[in-house]
Design a protein around this ligand. Structure first.
Ligand code: ATP
Length: 239
């Protein structure tokens, strides 16, 4: 079994919360309301995975499965500049795959397999956002079972990539804001219990005061629950 690697999310506090960054051979899901920072963290990771190991990366490339047109090369440029990395090279190592519907999104996993088998050193697969197409296409109670079955299949093939190639899988999931606190019912997030069981790590993102964000680790099998505060700046994710 290959050694588990970690990819820095940019903020020390956030990395500490998840024991050093997001893990390879695992699925990490972030969920939260609009603007909570899910896509920003995705962009950060697409850059940091390229850093050398000493700097929190895996010297690797990344696949960014984009379902809602959230990928912004100009944002990558800002983050790459902050790390003093050459922007063109960084962008070349981010393989952006636009998924037009859920069936296309599912098929994309085969393409990722092919890309890796052709020798590309992919160490991170991002799906931003996991549920958008599924949610839009499978409407109503009667389609829920089919949706969950498809979603399950999709997550299973992502987990297989994670295990087979020592890759980190990072999923984003939009959920409604819950009033008051974190102690509502995060597991009732869109995707339901299929997603809850498939993800090794689940992180709830929340907007705080003065542009701050709060990340809370929930339902982790190995790590203590806890939370941290981080900020989104033009340089990326920071403490
Ligand atoms: P959605 O579910 O709507 O896609 P999200 O959780 O993916 O939301 P993000 O797009 O990650 O949200 O976060 C958007 C927020 O990030 C903005 O509201 C802004 O506060 C912050 N942000 C984005 N770019 C910058 C920047 N260059 N400098 C500082 N803050 C930024």
């Amino acid at each position: 079994r290959k050694e588990v690697g970690h990819i820095s999310v940019g903020s020390k506090g956030f990395n500490d919360l998840i024991a050093g960054g997001i893990e390879t051979q695992a699925i990490t899901e972030v969920f939260g309301e609009f603007g909570s920072g899910k896509s920003q963290i995705s962009h950060e990771l697409a850059v940091t995975v390229q850093l050398p190991v000493e700097q929190g990366g895996l010297d690797g490339e990344c696949v960014f499965v984009d379902t809602e047109n959230t990928f912004r090369p100009e944002r990558i440029e800002q983050i790459a500049n902050a790390f003093e990395l050459p922007v063109d090279e960084v962008l070349q190592k981010i393989h952006v795959a636009r998924a037009f519907n859920s069936a296309h999104q599912i098929l994309m996993v085969d393409k990722i397999n092919e890309l890796i088998q052709s020798g590309t050193n992919v160490r991170l697969v991002i799906v931003d956002s996991l549920m958008a197409h599924f949610r839009a296409e499978y409407v109503g109670r009667e389609s829920l079972a089919v949706r969950q079955q498809k979603l399950n299949q999709h997550l299973h093939s992502l987990q297989q990539i994670a295990n087979t190639y020592n890759v980190a899988v990072f999923l984003t999931n939009q959920v409604q804001a819950k009033p008051d606190s974190f102690f509502g019912s995060p597991t009732k997030a869109i995707g339901g219990h299929v997603l809850g069981h498939a993800s090794t790590y689940r992180i709830w993102l929340k907007k705080g005061l003065a542009g701050k964000r709060i990340a809370r680790l929930v339902d982790s099998p190995h790590l203590p629950e806890g939370e941290c505060v981080f900020k989104i700046t033009s340089e990326g994710i920071v403490d």
